[in-house]
Design a protein around this ligand. Sequence first.
Ligand code: PHB
Length: 546
Amino acid sequence: MIDPVPGQVSAPAPVPAEAVAPLMRGIAVLRQLTEAGGTLSLSGLERATGLARSTVDRITATLARMGYVRLDGRDAVLTPRLMELGNAYLAALRLPALLDAHADALADELDESVSLAVGDRDGIRFIHQATRRRAMSLSFRIGDLLPAERTAPGPLFATEWTRADWHHWHERRTADPADLGFPAIPPRTEGTGAPDSDFEAYVERARADGWALDDQLIEPGLVAVSVPVRDPRTGRVACVASVVSHTSRRTATGLREELLPRLRSTVAAMEADLRADLREGPTAEARVPPSDLAAWTGASKQELGREFVESLARGLTVLTAFGESRAELTLTEVARATGLARATARRALITYEHLGYVEPTGRTFTLTPRVLSLGFPPLSRTSLPEIAAPHLAELADRVEESASLAILTPDSGTGTGTGREIQYTARAATRRIMSADITVGTRLPAHRTSMGRVLLADTPDGDFTEVRQQGYALVEEELEQGLRSIAVPVRDRTGRVVAAVDVAMHSTRRTAQQCVEEILPELHATATRIEGELRTAGRFTRVPLT
Ligand code: PHB
């Protein structure tokens, strides 16, 4: 271990001559939007990034065309589609696919939060959260970055730090004594955190014990115990699993005495799965290269418009070349996967390496955990109603009728389905006055509504066979005179129907036939958009249905 270097902060590395400036600006915009919680006005972006307004406009227009941002009046809003960048990192890493279920099962068993984190230079970054946290303490999100010295996983990662890592840590502590560079945690004040001089001892203890404790280093009340999960190939720490609690339920000592043994046996099972994966290799499905090239790549320059910054779009596409069984790629492989010219792919990789999103090892490149800072923390909490809302608004606008999203409430055990209800979870009303006074939260008998029939048709005892076959339900005047509604299902990644969307109108507005001819295609298009975002958002997180 090296001595602290007080007051010495190295200058940032110079920008390489070949770095792509528009890509750097686009990344800066995505970072600011992420730190702002997913939404920022265009003028707010101008202030936060220091970019000219015309540049902010072109960058946000490009991100909107790529489907990564939605422009909503004066605001730019991150969309769940952006999660495909973090998904590329998480898929390449393999750990979530292999370990998330273990973490979830432990959280269920203990009724406490369980998380997985990777080391990110002198910090830790969460790659999974099975949250059982009560309202009493902060809960972290996938992608949140915490300073190593204020967490339980931190000292376990620090047992493997190089001299350069320690040097970087000392510099960071000097430059940012209050931890302002870590927006996920409260700043240090008198009495929070521990003195820096304690950290090295804390690391040595973690090395000797093979576990570490966080006794309220982040905030009063928050306690955690952590155990490293080792990579079977190298023996190095692949990630760290933690059980997190609150002093109102357990002290740090109680956490260690009561829960550390179960955390350790879960980690042993995780390591066994990592060894098995090494023997068996990736599944056949995982070996297939990515097939869906970015949506904008087929469009002509004219279609994309003058505002479109192609070098930014190309650069971002490079991150999506990585994925499951595509963790380490050569320049040639990146170019082939993205359809970009080698020179273009090379300059993007140089830019990412400079910014810390990509790491070269010999001839290959890998993504770093920092890729999760592009949208993941706020987006990983997106619910299905939040995903659906802008799409419902667009649909309502286009057909000039009200559009809604609903789910089936849990089965109360009647079996036949006749006792079940739907619950409205999102709604976009038109200005047209409708007599039906429906708001989010409203419950209606499922079998008498179009959305209910679509939802029941997917249940084992649902008798709406025709609805299942035709893929929609049309209901006339069952609940209210003069009301007609048509609904289609919304399916998750596994094909299960998780919600329904409908358009409701006065029957005088359109015949049933017109409804099927004019509204149904729009409904299907809306459901497809919602399903696409749900699939991206749900790949490594559980998307709440309400
Ligand atoms: C968490 O998962 O929220 C967590 C983990 C380790 C800590 C603190 C919080 O030290």
